[in-house]
Design a protein around this ligand. Structure first.
Ligand SMILES: [Zn+2]
Length: 126
């Protein structure tokens, strides 16, 4: 990987580390075949990859913003893939739906939205 792309990636990777977001596996790959650009691939643990490139002629801040935009798309896609969309998971139907918060006997509880069973008080999930 060229220094131009490496230097544009560096602050973006620092932000990823600071926020605990997923970190791509970055591999050198001159996929643009463009002498005016430096490129690499951002790989996911699931084996999918997207390209990232920096345009050498751009001013450094523009390159960073351009690279940040490309890496951000990767991170969002990765988060979407990983995020548990059914939080908190219903232990009775873990693949079907999240729990619903409601009140039973003056206590806030998590219940299964289908059979109404109380799973735990809010704040006491296992
Ligand atoms: Zn359920």
């Amino acid at each position: 990987m060229g220094d131009v792309l490496r230097q544009a990636l560096e602050p973006v990777l620092r932000d990823i580390n600071a926020t605990g977001a997923p970190l791509p596996d970055i591999r050198d790959d001159d996929w643009t075949r463009d002498p005016g650009a430096e490129s690499a691939m951002l790989w996911s643990p699931d084996g999918s990859g997207v390209g990232v490139s920096a345009i050498v002629a751009q001013p450094a801040p523009d390159r960073v913003a351009h690279v940040a935009d490309q890496v951000q798309e990767w991170v969002i896609e990765e988060l979407w893939r990983r995020a548990a969309t059914n939080w908190p998971v219903c232990p009775r139907h873990p693949d079907n739906h999240p729990l619903t918060a409601t009140v039973r006997g003056a206590v806030a509880v998590w219940v299964c939205p289908v059979d109404g069973a109380v799973v735990a008080p809010v704040g006491a999930l296992a």
